[in-house]
Design a protein around this ligand. Structure first.
Ligand code: 1CP
Length: 366
C-alpha cells in the first residue's frame, strides 16, 4: 500500500473526536452515532434502492455516498465507513446473503472442525477486501477534511458466533456449545479470525482510516469466565498487533476503540486491553463506568438508543445527565448501540445538538 497517499488527503479541519480519543482536552464533547449511515435516513433507503446489501458493500462509490449522508444532515464529529462486519467470513470463503425481513444469513454455517478446515488458512486482504480499502480512500477525499473517518471490524467471538449460528440468534446456543464441547476448535477458529482482522484493520489505516472500532457485539452472551478465555485475549492481541504492524510500516498510530456490548462484567479488563477508548452500552451507569476505569482511558457512549423515541426536550435532559455522569473530558458521546430504522432523524439531530450545547458549557470549567 502506498504510504504517501496520506500526504495527499485534505487537511483535517475538525480533530475534536481524535483529541478526545487520545485523551487530550477538547472544548466540547465530540459525538457520533453507531449505524449513523442507516435505514432511518430516507436518502439512505433511496440510494440503497433494491440493490443487494453486499453488492452495495462492494461498491466503493455507494459506500462513500452512504457514509457522507448523515454528515450532510448533522454536525457529527466523526464519520464511520459504510460496510459490514460480515465481509470477513466472506473473505474466508463463506457465503453470506441478506435475506429480507431476516437479516444476514449463512446458507452453510460451520457445523464442525472439518468445516473450519475448509476455510481459507490465510486471506490476502488486499485481494478479498480491497473494495473496502478503496471505499475508505475515496471517502477520505470526499470528506474534504470535515471530520475524521473511522474504520471497523467485528471482533473474533462475534464473527465466530455468526459463522456457527448462520445469522442472528437470541441464545447463541450453537456457538456457545462449541466453547463447551470443542474449546480447541474454537480457539483455532478465533486465532484464524484474529489474523485476518489484524491485516484488515492495518489495511484500513493504510487506506486512510483515522481511527478503528472493534465491535464485540455478542460479548453479552458470554459470562465473565468465557469472555476471559474466548474473547479478551483476542481483543488484546488485535490492539497489540495492529499497533506494532503500523509502527513497522512507518504509519502513524490511530486511536482504537473497543465496543464489547453487554460486557459490563469485564469493564476493568477492557480498560487495560490496549485500546484508547472503551465504548459502552446503555446498561452501564456513566458514573460507575468512570469510577471503575479511572481517568486513564476515554469512554464512549452510552445513551439508550430507544431514548431517541422520547421528545426532543426529554432527549436534551437525558443528554445533560449523561454528560454530567461521564464528566467533561476523555469522553466521546454516542448511543449505547446503533440507531434503529424507525427512528426520527430529527431526534438524532436533537441528540447531537444537545451534546454540543451542554458540553460547551461544562467543558469551560474543566
Ligand atoms: O439493508 C440494510 O441497510 C441492512 C441494515 C444494515 C446496515 C445499515 C446492515 C445489516 N449492516 C449495516 C451497516 C453497518 N453494519 C455498519 C455501517 C456503518 C454505520 O455504523 O453507520 C456497521 C458499523 C455495521 C456493523 C455490524 N453489522 C455489526 C456491529 C454493530 C452492531 O450493531 O452491534 C453487526 C452485529 C452487524 C451484523 C448485521 N448486519 C446487518 C444487520 C441487520 C446485522 C445484525 C444481524 C443480527 O444479529 O440479527
Amino acid at each position: 500500500m502506498d504510504k504517501n497517499k496520506h500526504e495527499e488527503f485534505p487537511r483535517l479541519l475538525n480533530d475534536t473526536f481524535l483529541r478526545a480519543a487520545r485523551g487530550e482536552k477538547t472544548e466540547y464533547t465530540p459525538v457520533w452515532c453507531m449505524r449513523q449511515a442507516g435505514r432511518y435516513l430516507q436518502e439512505f433507503r433511496q440510494t440503497r434502492g433494491d440493490q443487494d446489501f453486499f453488492a452495495t458493500c462492494r461498491s466503493p462509490e455507494t459506500c462513500c455516498e452512504l457514509t457522507l449522508q448523515p454528515l450532510r444532515r448533522f454536525p457529527l464529529d466523526a464519520a464511520i465507513i459504510f460496510s459490514d462486519i460480515l465481509v470477513i467470513p466472506q473473505a474466508l470463503g463463506m457465503e453470506v446473503v441478506m435475506v429480507a425481513g431476516k437479516g444476514p444469513t449463512f446458507p452453510e454455517p460451520l457445523k464442525n472442525m472439518e468445516d473450519v478446515q475448509k476455510l481459507r488458512k490465510t486471506v490476502d486482504v488486499a485481494a478479498e477486501l480491497g473494495y473496502v480499502f478503496t471505499a475508505i480512500t475515496l471517502t477520505r477525499h470526499k470528506l474534504q477534511g470535515k471530520v475524521p473517518l473511522i474504520g471497523f471490524s467485528g471482533a473474533p467471538w462475534t464473527l465466530m458466533s455468526y459463522m456457527i449460528e448462520g445469522g442472528g440468534s437470541n441464545t447463541m446456543s450453537k456457538a456457545k456449545s462449541w466453547l463447551y464441547q470443542h474449546p480447541e476448535a474454537s480457539h483455532s477458529l478465533l486465532k484464524l479470525l484474529t489474523n485476518v482482522i489484524v491485516d484488515y484493520l492495518v489495511g484500513q489505516v493504510h487506506a486512510g482510516a483515522q481511527a478503528l472500532q472493534l465491535f464485540e457485539s455478542h460479548a453479552g452472551h458470554l459470562g465473565s469466565e468465557q469472555f476471559a478465555e474466548f474473547a479478551l485475549p483476542y481483543i488484546q492481541s488485535i490492539a497489540k498487533r495492529v499497533k506494532s504492524q503500523l509502527k513497522e510500516d512507518g504509519q502513524h498510530p490511530v486511536p482504537m476503540i473497543v465496543f464489547a456490548k453487554g460486557a459490563h462484567y469485564a469493564l476493568e479488563d477492557l480498560a487495560q486491553s490496549g485500546y484508547e477508548v472503551v465504548g459502552l452500552d446503555w446498561t452501564i451507569n456513566p458514573q460507575d463506568a468512570r469510577q471503575r476505569t479511572g481517568k486513564l482511558i476515554t469512554l464512549q457512549g452510552n445513551l439508550d438508543p430507544c431514548a431517541l423515541y422520547a421528545s426532543k426536550e426529554k432527549i436534551g435532559e437525558l443528554v445533560k445527565k449523561m454528560l454530567q455522569g461521564f464528566g467533561c473530558q476523555r469522553y466521546i458521546a454516542n448511543l449505547g448501540h446503533g440507531i434503529y430504522p424507525d427512528m426520527n432523524p430529527e431526534h438524532l439531530g436533537a441528540f447531537v445538538d444537545a451534546v454540543h450545547k451542554h458540553s460547551r458549557y461544562f467543558n469551560e470549567s474543566c
